[in-house]
Design a protein around this ligand. Sequence first.
Ligand code: 3HC
Length: 693
Amino acid sequence: MSPVTSAPHGAVTVITVDNPPVNALSQAVREGIASAVAIAEADDTCEAIIITCAGRTFIAGADIKEFGKPPLEPYLPDLVSQVETCETPVIAAIHGTALGGGFELAMGCHYRIAAKNAAVGLPEVNLGLLPGASGTQRLPRLTGAAKALDVILSGRPVNASAALEYSAIDKVSESGDLVADALTFAKECIALGPRRIRELAVPEVDPALFDETRKKIAPRTRGLISPEKIVQAVEWSTRASFDEGCAKERELFLECMASSQSAGLRHAFFAERAVGKVPGVDRNTPVRELNSVAIIGAGTMGAGIAYNCLTSGMAVTLLDNSDDGLERGANTIRGLYAGGVERGKISEDDMQAGLGRFETSQNYANISGVDIVIEAVFENMAVKKDVFAALDKVLKPGAVLATNTSTLNIDEIASATRRPEDVIGLHFFSPAHIMRLLEIVRGKDTSKEIIATSLTLAKRLRKVGVVVGNCFGFVGNRMLYSYGRENQFLLLEGAAPEYIDKTLYDWGMAMGPNVMGDLAGLDVGHKVRRERTDLPDDPRFYRVADMLAEMGRYGQKTGKGTYRYEDGSRKPVPDAEVGALIAAESERLGVQRREISGDEIIERCIYGLVVEGARILEDGIVTRSGDIDVVWTNGYGFPRHRGGPMHYADTTGLDKIYEKVCEFEARFGSMYWEPPVLLKELAESGRKFSDLA
Ligand code: 3HC
């Protein structure tokens, strides 16, 4: 059955698209609309056509699953053109979100009416693309080039009232019955006749807009190709005919579509949607209701988590054993709220309501009734076990017991309680209210219900929750160890910190590993390593970081780390003293210093990640390789346009990676570079990590 149906309503034909979940423009939908419009146009009794959608939203775009495959007719730009040239007035009736090709189709219609809570947008930039069905040519004709650039470059949807203000739509449906309002609106449209956007002129614009825009977006679009092409396409709309502009848009769109960046971003899109699918935990798994939470530990992390929970509407108790700690934590929360209000992100009322749901306590008895506890105390097993034993005594049955440990064994923590099935790891990343990643660590006894509840909580906190198994450092920090290890060796071998950092930054990492170390605090890793008993017997292992930490050079917080910092500044300044210290340490350890190429830096650090990722897959710590990619793109600044370390490896070619890893094994030894069996097998059989899913 076609996902597109037509029904007459008097003299108006209502075409309804019903292609769950989001009415994407699959081939069947395109064909269905093309044929329904042609039939209605040929029908002498039909005076207007309404295109609307069933389900939760208007068309949310082209069908991304079809990208990368040979295109099938009818092509979307042709369909949009067919709708626009139709002699019978066509009206788009929009609810939910009209996105990408969906909004482009709506702009091919002669008129647009949208439900009050609907939104329209062109989010193609998030997929490394530009609107490819004449959106870059039609939107400027409606809104002017400046607004069109803003909408297309940000990818952010515009709500109905703003869209009306910018002329992107013609009417807002106020009654709550969109189709009824569209039928009423149709009478006006019949009287006016078809209004084709292609025939409108783009409002006059200062040509300087385009270079100014390029300058403005440069810092946030570093390394990306589609934003520049978007600017070019919109610029064409202002100085060429509609058809010439469309031809240029097509050319630029196809270049983007063929790019590895778009493939990486599309992978990231689907990987983020796949993480929620955990074998054995399905839609029917019961989820516990979470309305109240206690956060144990009022440090930076605890306060950040508390704020994140408050803004999601939960009642929060912050518990700590010191007055000072609680005061500091509460001040942090008040400061975060005040900052949110100042930046216009939170209303004064929401702040007051949030603070009204917030209390502090030093007494475990006060939190006995909460639905979930998130422990965020000092990273020490004995301390955490004491906390969990105390929680076990007071908490009501059914409460979720979560730990924010970043490395420790969940099962051992759970063993301090009589309810290990209710214990789970919820590993937040700093700053907790900003970072999107939440590692959800399942212990051997954690129940499916607690996993499902944690996934729901992640969504509520606007995070992407990735369910991972229990091992040292879980996924993110376990892999970080290999990445950081190579950085540390490279320092001893003669690469300056700023050279390593710039090389990886230019490759796309949000920041280099040495800048990151200084930001996180070199003392933190040093402390964790001192507690570990399973580290390699190698005096070079993390030697530079340990040496600096032992000297009190912790990083930004002490004004000196791998870099130095001027008073009150966070700008890392290369420090000749550190260069000399590292050189002396290399000599002491007998490490030969040499010239190191940028390629070697990238290969050793990034392939180090891939090798550990392969071991994580071998150990069954994640469900699929894409889960690792989601962790690294959302929690560790891995460039999203490269898809994540495992996708990057897949696109580089596992045979090539395997060959390099073997070379590194020969040069640097098997302790770190022995190729994982899985990598060898996949490379030899011409497969990819993604083939394992
Ligand atoms: N194509 C194919 N599948 C899509 C899709 C699309 N455009 N958009 C969403 N889906 C799928 C998701 O993969 C998911 O599938 P699953 O249930 O099997 O995992 C399902 O729809 C639901 O998606 P979400 O989980 O994201 O649901 P939400 O309700 O949270 O969000 C949404 C809905 C806002 C529509 C969000 O899915 C979204 O932003 N989608 C992408 C929109 C987009 O980028 N459109 C432009 C496409 S490119 C284009 O149109 C090119 C054109 O210019 C030529």
